[in-house]
Structure formats: structure tokens, C-alpha cells
Design a protein around this ligand. Structure first.
Ligand SMILES: *Cc1c(COP(=O)(O)O)cnc(C)c1O
Length: 400
């Protein structure tokens, strides 16, 4: 076993002083200031934030169907189910994580409550076609920006083009409370309703919150190259030996989504860490600007990047390879090697056996291809030039 292990995404490490109690200010206000929006709501996860949004929209309308991209986090399915709503899976565009507008238009009708486009891995989806379809059928748009806190389009935070949006503060998604999330909305009336829903449906649960406090302490201690073999690498290599990509990615989720309030202490930790986030994200963007052209320069390697007017965040590089066979050969060498190479989600949603009761056996060939041909490379500050060159070497060898 290697002594060091790099995380699959560039999370913001915590410092000892982040954990000390004391005045830190109001976390939701500081997040709102960071995003340059009037107000956000802090919840116990990205999924819980989505539940608050869905529950609010459900109360506004008799509609019951929610459209989600066929390549996204399985927790999105469970958030929809939690609210008693029906999931409808929509395929993505070819070699993309973005909803296919043609397929989307055919799925949506007067029963569609909401459409949930994803901004994946810090990349920003083009929402114009999604908003057009939504306006046509009277559905809401909820931006899943779980992986893109701090990404901007035309200088503005994500979550404002759609009716509402949410970010995740889970471990590995950048700024973290170990588990946490936040919602936002452009319209002040909807924000007031979201706040009401949250106050109504989110209880205090001491057991869950105590567990999260311990887990956050564990993250602060172990989120470093010498700690990660114990909290991440060992379980990863066991899953790989057992040929279980769902476990290797960390994609086994329970449909019982915990919903509870976040304690002042965890919010204070978030406040202190948030002070370092802008500089950390600038550092990640700078390194991405240097490394992305080298990756994309390898024939056969495609790397997702930003169109003009968009400045995403760079926790990972999302890489597309020419075929599943090539992708698997590259992962065969690098996934268990401790250099931060992994897969985003194990499968397209209809291909998770445990999601069958909620998503059925729909076909989503583009999402299936995206899942089969993609991999992620960490943009962690701990990935040094020699390790990055090693990854480039493996990619060149298998792609040519
Ligand atoms: C992680 C994630 C979620 C859920 O966020 P949690 O904070 O883990 O509940 C939703 N959507 C996407 C795309 C994610 O990556």
C-alpha cells in the first residue's frame, strides 16, 4: 500500500484554528456575500437543500414529475422520491453531461413540475435551451450546482438563471462541513417560501448532528496525503479488488435522506474556512490553466472546459477518452495508484441496480457512453508535476 494518497477532487483542507470555537459571524450571510447574492439557506446536505426546494415547488403546483439528467448523482433521485414526486430520466447530449434539449422537449408536458440540469465538476451547463423548454411547458428549473460552488456565468453565481439552485458542502466538493449544502433563488418571494419550508420541515436531530461533528473532526485530521490512505485509499482498493465500481466511487446511497439542522459550531468552522476559499479557488484555476492544455494536447483526450463568459471552478479535470476499453486500461493502471485518478459516477442512472424502483430500465445511450468513456483527474495542490507527468504518460500510451 502506498504511504500517500491523493484525493480524487481538490477539497479545501481545514486548519486546526478552524475548529476552535469563538465568534465567526453568520455562515449563510458570509456565503451570500461570497456568491454576491442577497440570501442563501444553509442545510445539512446538498440533497436536503434540493428537498427544501422541491417541497416548496410541490406546494405551489399540482404537478408531480421531475426531470433529471441520466448522468448525475443518485442522491438527486432520492431527493425527488423523498418529496413523493416521480423521477423522469432524460438522456444527455452526446459526449456531454448536459440535458439533450430535443429529448427534454419530448419528455416535458403539463405534468412536469421541475427540470434539474447539472453543473458537473465545476463546469457550467448551458441553461438557455433548458429554460426555453421549461418556460414552454410551465415547469421550474432547479440548477444542481452541487459540484460548482463559486463558478460564475457572465460574472454571476450559478443558481440564478433557473428558478432556484443548490450547492453541496460535502467532503470532497470544495468547501466542506463534512456534509452540508445551501440553496438560493433569484426571486425574493420564492426565497421567503424556501425559508418557510426549511423552518417547517427541518427538525433538530442531535444524533445526526453529533455524528457530523465527529466526521468533520475526522476530515480535518485525515484530509491530507498521509491520512487519506486510511479514510479513502484502503476502501477504494478493496472495492477495486472486488470489482465493485459503485463502492469504489462511493455511490451506494440510502433512500432515507437525513434532514436536520446544522449546528452553530459546524457553521462557524465553515465561516473560517470560507475566508480561504477565494484564494484556494484562484490557485486551482491557475494550475488548471497550465495543466489543461497539456492534457487536451494528447491525441484522443478530450477535457471539459469553459466557453467564453464562463469561469467555472476546478476541483477536477473531467476527461473523455475514445472508448470504454481505453478508459478501462487507463483506470486499470491509475485508479488504485493513489494519484487522484477516478471515476465521477459509476454509471448512468438507469444502470444502477439499486435505483431500479425509482428510475426503471429507461435507455440513455449518451449517458451510458459518458459514464463508460470518462474519468476524472484531481486538481489537488498535492498532485505534483512528476505525478501529473506520470498520468500524462499513461494517457498517451493508451490513447495513441
Ligand atoms: C454530491 C452531489 C449531490 C448531492 O449533494 P450532497 O451534499 O452529497 O447531498 C447532488 N448532485 C450532484 C451532481 C452531486 O455531485
Amino acid at each position: 500500500m502506498s504511504k500517500c494518497e491523493l484525493p480524487p477532487t481538490a477539497g479545501l483542507p481545514l486548519l486546526f484554528k478552524d475548529l476552535l470555537s469563538g465568534r465567526a459571524g453568520d455562515f449563510s450571510q458570509q456565503l451570500a456575500a461570497f456568491l454576491d447574492v442577497p440570501e442563501v439557506g444553509v442545510e445539512c446536505s446538498g440533497t436536503a437543500s434540493l428537498i427544501v426546494i422541491l417541497e416548496t415547488l410541490r406546494r405551489r403546483s399540482g404537478r408531480t414529475r421531475v426531470v433529471v439528467p441520466a448522468y448525475t448523482c443518485p442522491l438527486v433521485v432520492f431527493a425527488v422520491a423523498h418529496c413523493g414526486l416521480e423521477v423522469q430520466v432524460c438522456d444527455v447530449r452526446l459526449r456531454s453531461f448536459e440535458l439533450d434539449p430535443g429529448t427534454l422537449a419530448k419528455l416535458c408536458d403539463e405534468g412536469t413540475l421541475a427540470i434539474i440540469p447539472t453543473h458537473l465538476g465545476g463546469r457550467v451547463a448551458d441553461l438557455d435551451p433548458v429554460v426555453r423548454v421549461a418556460r414552454h411547458c410551465g415547469a421550474y428549473v432547479i440548477e444542481d450546482a452541487a459540484q460548482a460552488l463559486g463558478a460564475r456565468r457572465q460574472g454571476k453565481s450559478l443558481g440564478l438563471v433557473g428558478d432556484a439552485g443548490f450547492f453541496s458542502l460535502a467532503a470532497g466538493k470544495g468547501l466542506t462541513l463534512f456534509e452540508g449544502g445551501l440553496w438560493l433563488a433569484a426571486d425574493a418571494g420564492l426565497r421567503a417560501e424556501l425559508k418557510n419550508t426549511s423552518q417547517e420541515i427541518v427538525p433538530r436531530k442531535l444524533g445526526w448532528e453529533a455524528l457530523r461533528c465527529l466526521e468533520l473532526l475526522g476530515y480535518a485530521l485525515a484530509y491530507r496525503p498521509h491520512g487519506l490512505p486510511y479514510v479513502y485509499g484502503r476502501a477504494l482498493r478493496r472495492a477495486l479488488r472486488q470489482n465493485d465500481p459503485v463502492a469504489a466511487v462511493g455511490d451506494y446511497f440510502s433512500p432515507d435522506i437525513p434532514v436536520h439542522r446544522v449546528s452553530p459550531w459546524r457553521q462557524a468552522v465553515g465561516c473560517r474556512a470560507l475566508l480561504r476559499l477565494p484564494a484556494f479557488q484562484r490557485e486551482l484555476a491557475g494550475r488548471a490553466a497550465q495543466r489543461l492544455p497539456r492534457l487536451a494536447g494528447i491525441p484522443g483526450v478530450e477535457v471539459l472546459s469553459d466557453p467564453p463568459g464562463v469561469s467555472g471552478t476546478w476541483p477536477v479535470f473531467v476527461v473523455l477518452l475514445p472508448s470504454e476499453a481505453i478508459r478501462d486500461r487507463v483506470l486499470g493502471e491509475l485508479w488504485g495508484a493513489g494519484v487522484g485518478v477516478a471515476r465521477m459516477f459509476a454509471f448512468a442512472l438507469p444502470d444502477y441496480a439499486y435505483l431500479q424502483p425509482w428510475v426503471g430500465h429507461g435507455v440513455a445511450p449518451n449517458a451510458r457512453e459518458f459514464a463508460a468513456c470518462s474519468l476524472t483527474i484531481t486538481n489537488s495542490p498535492w498532485l505534483d508535476d512528476a505525478q501529473f507527468d506520470q498520468i500524462l504518460g499513461v494517457l498517451s500510451r493508451h490513447c495513441c
